[in-house]
Design a protein around this ligand. Structure first.
Ligand code: TPP
Ligand code: SF4
Length: 598
């Protein structure tokens, strides 16, 4: 439907341009021939033309200017703009590098402001995606953005949303972080897309990132399931020219035609699952016909290359102007386009798979061909098994000479990360260390945030950092095992994200743990976004059942050091759940707030 609307709109625009040209020749004719027309009729006609032109021609010209201009967008910005231009009514996200700036871009965007597109942060990725599905239920287009580990948190709704299907288009944008620049693992989200059996888009450039975000909603509405848009760090955080298309209108509020579509009771779910299985042939057909996938014929058939997502870009850097001698299957939409893969197998002696992340396609191809075509890639050592690809690694795999580059000068050598000077987490750790000196080591279970740097000197306070929320639950498990006192160190945002349920477990079992909620009133590690538990941490703890006598708030400053040590000592000795909240605004956030006020 949106495609037909687009074609109709273009036809109308072109027709109007023709009409405008007719107007010009009409006037030229009368001026040139100097024909004496009825003056009144001529004036009226000119007025009519001028109104029509103002109403129709000016917007056309504006649109033409918009689409002729190129924007130097980061991959994440291209996605934000694409989603807005695609008629999205709401973005629901939880921050996490390298996905954060998609939502931040939308938050700052003028069209988003004018249209009142929903763009506030959610408490976590699960609530974000569920809310986006709710918007889709109501017929509107929605996007949910997260980093790869965020999809673990949202996995339940992600897989089940493929079962319910969508009403308004739903795009789930997931940003993977190969090489773990700022993550605790390097999982490949394409597996989740395959697992949920939905179409996956993987852009090879910022332009495709824009196009896929914009047109992904229509693909979702056509296939009736959510569509995954998978990017990786390098594409997210590098810039390229992007041409915009016109801004589509938002969908109207429309209820699902099947009132049971979203009710996954077993009898309905069985029917829905069969439907999802039957849709696979449509998804494959769409991949095989997709403008994002193609077969590029080469002259040298000793090797065929499957290049997925940004790896296609890395490959083409070595063959400017389409000079690649090998046949290439460009893959940017999954399921894998089998037609091109089969053709590559028939035409080439061996196949090299270039893909960012895990060897997912490579593993699939290993069992794909009956004739045993050798498959090269990350599994046979042609490419490294882990870490990001880059043009140099690709060059090496092709046996091309590699430019080694220069050694990094000492002045830019890696320095270990550290908490900012004056950060409140420092004061909390110094007091905690002093109070813990009376006990054996290894009792502090940390969470993920700036305070995770408490693992490093000079503090060396924490003994774990696994996933968001695991501080309270791991401390409880260790206390259950007899490690008393056990301490959890968690930030305000992580507490709201997934600490509250762990606290409930601890309260229900009267565990002997002390929970330190280091509240800097911000999600600092990802750039200072608003924390959803702002101003409500004490009331949440009381609501969950912590004894108010064992909830303490203190300002983590040097002058309060002795008081903090005393509080920690007292609560470590308490046989039950206690909460200590050192609260002082993150100094980076405070200074950017002051800067923005000026
Ligand atoms: C599931 C998941 N989502 C998102 C992230 C990215 N991330 C790392 S720490 C963090 C929140 C940190 O906030 P807070 O706990 O308040 O600590 P602060 O950095 O403010 O000290 C986020 C969003 C992640 N690591 N895992
Ligand atoms: S950004 Fe804020 S919370 Fe993080 S280390 Fe710096 S002051 Fe501390």
């Amino acid at each position: 439907m949106p495609m037909i609307r687009g074609i109709a709109r273009n036809l109308f625009f072109e027709a109007y341009i023709v009409f405008f040209l007719v107007q010009c020749s009409y006037f030229q004719f009368f001026f040139r021939t100097n024909l004496n027309m009825n003056l009144l009729f001529k004036t009226r006609l000119m007025q009519l033309f001028s109104i029509l032109n103002e109403l129709i021609l000016v917007p056309i010209l504006k649109l033409k200017i918009l689409t002729m201009q190129k924007h130097l967008f980061l991959g994440v910005e291209a996605i934000g703009q694409g989603a807005i231009d695609g008629g999205m009514s709401g973005v629901y996200s939880y921050p996490g590098t390298p996905s954060t700036e998609i939502t931040e871009f939308i938050q700052e965007n003028q069209i988003a402001e004018e249209r009142n597109i929903h763009r506030k942060w959610s408490a976590n990725e699960k609530t974000a995606l569920e809310t986006a599905l709710g918007m889709s239920y109501a017929g509107k287009r929605a996007m949910s953005c997260m980093k790869h580990v965020g999809l673990n948190v949202a996995a339940d709704i992600f897989v089940n949303a493929a079962m319910t299907g969508v009403n308004g288009g739903l795009v789930v944008t997931v940003a993977d972080d190969p090489s773990m620049h700022s993550s605790q693992n390097e999982q490949d989200s394409r597996f989740y897309g395959k697992f949920a059996m939905i179409p996956v888009l993987e852009p090879s450039s910022q332009q495709e990132a824009y196009d896929m975000a914009r047109d992904g909603f229509a693909l979702s509405e056509l296939t009736k399931v959510p569509v995954m848009l998978r990017i990786t760090t390098r594409l997210a955080h590098s810039r390229a020219g992007v041409a915009r298309k016109d801004v589509l209108p938002e969908n109207e509020l429309v209820m699902p035609t099947d009132p049971r579509q979203f009710i996954l009771l077993p009898a309905i779910a069985r029917r829905k699952y069969k439907g999802l299985l039957e849709s696979q042939s449509l998804f494959l057909k769409l991949s095989e016909e997709s403008e994002y996938n193609r077969y590029e014929e080469g002259t040298d058939h000793s090797l065929g290359i499957v290049a997925c997502g940004i790896a296609y870009n890395y490959l083409m850097e070595h063959f400017p102007g389409g000079t690649c001698p090998f046949s290439v299957v460009k893959v940017s939409q999954y399921p894998l386009p089998e037609n091109y893969i089969n053709r590559l197998d028939q035409e080439c002696d061996e196949i090299l798979v270039l893909e960012e992340g895990a060897p997912m396609v490579e593993e699939m191809l290993k069992g794909f061909f009956s004739n045993g075509t050798p498959i090269k890639g990350r599994l046979d050592g042609t490419l490294p098994r882990d870490g990001e690809l880059n043009p140099d690694i690709v060059a090496k795999a092709l046996g091309k000479e590699m430019f080694e580059g220069f050694d990094i000068p000492d002045v830019v050598a890696n320095r270990p990360p550290a908490l900012c000077v004056g950060c409140g987490h420092q004061d909390a750790y110094l007091a905690m260390n002093e109070a813990l000196a009376d006990y054996s080591k290894g009792r502090v279970f940390s969470d993920i945030g700036c305070y995770t740097l408490g693992a490093l000197p000079p503090y060396e306070t924490i003994s774990s950092c696994v996933d968001m929320g695991a501080s309270i639950t791991m401390a409880k498990g260790a206390a259950d095992a007899g490690l008393i006192p056990a301490v959890a160190m968690i930030g305000d945002s992580t507490f709201a994200h997934s600490g509250i349920t762990g606290l409930l477990d601890a309260v229900n079992e009267k565990s002997s743990i002390t929970i330190v909620i280091s509240d800097n009133e911000s999600i600092s590690m990802t750039g200072g976004q608003d924390s959803s538990a702002y101003g409500r941490i004490e009331s949440i703890c009381i609501g969950v059942g912590v004894d108010p006598a064992h909830i303490h708030t203190i300002v983590p400053l040097k002058k309060n050091h002795e008081e903090m040590v005393r509080l920690f000592r007292e609560e470590f000795a308490y046989n039950g759940v206690s909460v200590i909240i050192p609260r002082r605004e993150c100094i980076q956030r405070a200074s950017s707030r002051k800067r923005n006020k000026k």
